[in-house]
Design a protein around this ligand. Structure first.
Ligand code: SF4
Ligand code: SF4
Length: 165
């Protein structure tokens, strides 16, 4: 069934059907980057399960080994959560955990009552070219986790995933 025009302006995230929910993802793949919590106190970076006051998310440009870094698509989308236990699968039931998504994430934007950016594929006939051109995807900016020592993650910290859309 074709998507209703501008459905994201008429429906809440909770009211979207599966097709609408999936279409909302811009395919930027920023959520496929390794990220950590920085609390200014402990020496070690912590995984992003929860975040407390005073803590911030730190992104790296280290990408999941299953990511096609050119198309910014997962090479095992259907089985991703089984293959990569840390893979973030955003659903209506874990929206409260959306803090670990980048500020440009379409789900986070709508959750925070903001509009989709003009480069979003839904506003560009389903094409991702405008998003790539705006520098809002991970294309040409990453290194695979297979090619780095994750213990040295601090050498790969980047701020561009936190850019506002
Ligand atoms: S950050 Fe959000 S919009 Fe971008 S690929 Fe991940 S889920 Fe989709
Ligand atoms: S399994 Fe796929 S969707 Fe999940 S982090 Fe890796 S590349 Fe991204």
């Amino acid at each position: 069934m074709p998507l209703e025009k501008a459905f994201w302006e008429k429906k809440s995230l909770q009211d979207m059907n599966t097709e609408e929910w999936e279409a909302l993802c811009d395919g930027c793949a920023k959520c496929c980057l390794h990220k950590f919590i920085d609390d200014d106190e402990s020496e070690e970076a912590k995984p992003t399960d929860v975040i407390n006051a005073g803590e911030t998310i730190v992104y790296t440009n280290i990408s999941c080994h299953l990511l096609n870094t050119k198309s910014c698509e997962c090479t095992a989308y259907q089985t991703r959560t089984a293959l990569v236990p840390d893979c973030v699968k955003l659903t209506k039931d874990n929206l409260k955990d959306i803090f670990f998504m980048p500020p440009s994430c379409a789900y986070r934007l709508l959750y925070e009552g903001k509009a989709l950016p003009d480069w979003h594929p839904l506003l560009n006939k389903g094409k991702k070219a405008a998003m790539h051109k705006a520098g809002q995807s991970v294309r040409n900016k990453t290194i695979s986790e297979n090619d780095v020592d994750l213990e040295s993650f601090e050498h790969f910290i980047v701020t561009w995933p936190l850019d506002t859309p």
